[in-house]
Design a binder for this molecule. Structure first.
Ligand SMILES: Cc1ncc(COP(=O)(O)O)c(C=O)c1O
Ligand SMILES: N[C@@H](CCOP(=O)(O)O)C(=O)O
Length: 465
C-alpha cells in the first residue's frame, strides 16, 4: 500500500515511511492510495474473532509486506494485551437501541491508548530494523499526551516531547504526563491553548532543517497509523450487533476529527454504517461548518470536556480531500484560506458529499452535565463529560431505526470534578493508578514560541545531528 498527501506535493510513501514521517513535507496528511475493500461475506466471516485477530485481518492490507506477518501479529497481540478488559473495547447497552462503546480500558483510561499502544510498537520495530532513532512530538489537549508517554516511555530509540496547554488539562491528565520517571520523556507546558500546541508541532514539521536535524516524527492523529488502528473498533462493535446484515450509526465526541474519520474509513472499506454523527462541545466549529458550509475559527472556549477544546480540527483536511474527489489543489486552497483569514468556504459538491455521510450537533456545558445526571438515572451508566456530549447529541437525532453506538472516549475518573458536580458521584481511579496524584511532577513551562520550543527539543533529543 502507498500513501499520498492531501496536498499533492509530497512524494507518495510506503507504510513504514508514512508512520515515521507524520506530517507530509508539503504540510498535508497522508492517506492510503486506495481503501482496502471487504465484501459482506468477508465481514460476516469476521464475527467471533478476538479483537487482536480482527485487527490483524483488517489492518494487514494497510501494512502490506513492509512488516513481516509474524512480526505484525506479535505487535498487535502485545498492544492489546495491555488492555484491562477481555473484549478490549466492550459494547455496553444503555437504552433500547443505544449503546456506549467503551474505549477506555487501556493503560491511561482514554481511547488514545487503542492506537498509541500499537503505534509505539510499530515505530519501535521499524526504527530497530533500520538502526535509527527518532524525536517524537505530540500536541495534546490532555489525553494524547498521557497515552503517548505511557506507550513510548523507556523506549530506547525514541525521545518523546509532549506539548500541553498550561493550566488547561484536568489534574489527572496533567499527572499522567508529568510524573513519568523515564529519561526519554519530556513534558512541556506551553503558555497557550491546544491550538497553539498543535500549531507549534506543525511549524516544527514545516521547518525542514529542524525536522531533518532531529529526525522528527509525530504521534498525533496526523499520523496515519493513529487513524488506522481506530478503524478496528467500528468493525468490532458493528459486528457484535449483526454487521454486515444490520447497519448501525455512530455518534462520536469530536475535536481533531481523527476518531470519526476512522469511522468514515471503516465505511469506505465496506462496513454498513448509516450515519456518522459529529458531537462537539461549545467549541462547535464542525457543527457550524456542516450547517453553513463555512469553516470559520473563533476563540477556544474552556469547557468541562477539555480534550475537545479545539478550533483547528486537523483531520477535517482528510475528509475535505475525499469529499472533493481527491482534488489536492482544492485542499491547498482551503488550507491557504485557513492560514490567511482563519476561514474557508467548502465547494457545493464537497459539502453535499460531507452532508450525505455526516450529521453534527453540539452539547453545551449545561447539557453535558444534565446528560451525565440523566444517563445515570435512566441507565445506571456514569459517562465522562466527553462521552456525555455524544450521548446528548445522539439523542437529538431523529433516525432511531438502527442501533446508535456512542463512542465512550474516556473513563469518568479522568474528569472527577465535572462528573461529581453533575452527578454527585466521585469516580475512583482504578487500582493500577494508585498514588498517581501524589507522585512528583517534572515538566518545563515554555512560551508559545517556535524558536524556544525548537531550542529546548534540539538540546534534549538524542537523535539530534
Ligand atoms: C476524551 C476525548 N474525547 C474525544 C476526543 C476527540 O477526538 P478526536 O480529536 O479524534 O476528534 C478527544 C481528543 O482527541 C478525547 O481525548
Ligand atoms: N483531544 C486530543 C487532541 C489531540 O488529538 P490527536 O487525536 O490529534 O492526537 C488530546 O487529548 O490530546
Amino acid at each position: 500500500m502507498r500513501y499520498v498527501s492531501t496536498r499533492g506535493e509530497a512524494s507518495a510513501l510506503g507504510f513504514s515511511d508514512t508512520i515515521l514521517t507524520g506530517l507530509a513535507r508539503d504540510g498535508g496528511l497522508y492517506i492510503p492510495e486506495q481503501w482496502p475493500q471487504f465484501s459482506a461475506a468477508e465481514i460476516r466471516a469476521m464475527r467471533g474473532l478476538s479483537y487482536a485477530d480482527l485487527a490483524i485481518r483488517l489492518l494487514t492490507p494497510f501494512v502490506g509486506d513492509e512488516i513481516s506477518p509474524a512480526a505484525f501479529e506479535r505487535i498487535v497481540r502485545e498492544a492489546y494485551a495491555t488492555f484491562r478488559h477481555e473484549a478490549v473495547c466492550p459494547l455496553v447497552q444503555t437504552g433500547a437501541n443505544s449503546f456506549v462503546l467503551e474505549l477506555f480500558h487501556g493503560p491511561t483510561l482514554a481511547f488514545k491508548d487503542v492506537a498509541m499502544q500499537l503505534l509505539a510498537r510499530l515505530m519501535d520495530h521499524v526504527l530497530a530494523e533500520r538502526g535509527q532513532r527518532a524525536t517524537i512530538t505530540a500536541a495534546t489537549s490532555g489525553d494524547t499526551g498521557g497515552a503517548a508517554i505511557e506507550a513510548f516511555a523507556g523506549r530506547d530509540r525514541t525521545d518523546m516531547f509532549v506539548l500541553f496547554p498550561h493550566g488547561r488539562v484536568s489534574p489527572v491528565q496533567q499527572r499522567q504526563m508529568t510524573t513519568s520517571s523515564a529519561a526519554n520523556v519530556h513534558a512541556l507546558a506551553i503558555e497557550g491553548n491546544f491550538d497553539d500546541c498543535q500549531d507549534l508541532v506543525k511549524a516544527m514539521f514545516n521547518d525542514h532543517a529542524f525536522r531533518d536535524r532531529v529526525s522528527l516524527s509525530g504521534v498525533n492523529s496526523i499520523n496515519w497509523a493513529r487513524i488506522m488502528a481506530q478503524i478496528v473498533y467500528y468493525f468490532s462493535s458493528a459486528l457484535s450487533l449483526g454487521a454486515p446484515d444490520r447497519p448501525v450509526s455512530f455518534t462520536v465526541p469530536t475535536g481533531n476529527f481523527g476518531d470519526i474519520f476512522a469511522g468514515y474509513a471503516a465505511k469506505r472499506m465496506g462496513l454498513p454504517i448509516e450515519r456518522l454523527v459529529i458531537a462537539t462541545n461549545d467549541n462547535d466549529i464542525l457543527a457550524r461548518t456542516l450547517a453553513t458550509g463555512e469553516y470559520r475559527t473563533s476563540g477556544v472556549v474552556v469547557t468541562t470536556s477539555p480534550s475537545m477544546d479545539i478550533q483547528v480540527s486537523s483531520n477535517f483536511e482528510r475528509l475535505l480531500f475525499e469529499a472533493s474527489n481527491r482534488d489536492a489543489a482544492a485542499v491547498r486552497r482551503y488550507m491557504a484560506g485557513l492560514k490567511q483569514s482563519g476561514a474557508f468556504t467548502i465547494d457545493a459538491g464537497a459539502l453535499a458529499g460531507i452532508r450525505a455521510e455526516f450529521d453534527a450537533g453540539r452539547a453545551t456545558m449545561g447539557e453535558t452535565a444534565a446528560t451525565i445526571r440523566d444517563t445515570l438515572k435512566a441507565s445506571s451508566y456514569l459517562a465522562d463529560p466527553h462521552t456525555a456530549t455524544a450521548i446528548h447529541v445522539a439523542g437529538l437525532q431523529d433516525n432511531h431505526t438502527v442501533p446508535m453506538i456512542v463512542l465512550g472516549t474516556a473513563h469518568p475518573a479522568k474528569f472527577p470534578a465535572a462528573v461529581e458536580e453533575a452527578s454527585g458521584i466521585t469516580p475512583a481511579l482504578p487500582a493500577w493508578l494508585d498514588g498517581l496524584m501524589e507522585r512528583a511532577e517534572k515538566y518545563v513551562t515554555l512560551p508559545s514560541a517556535l524558536n524556544m520550543v525548537e531550542d529546548h527539543i534540539g538540546r534534549h533529543a538524542r537523535a539530534t545531528r
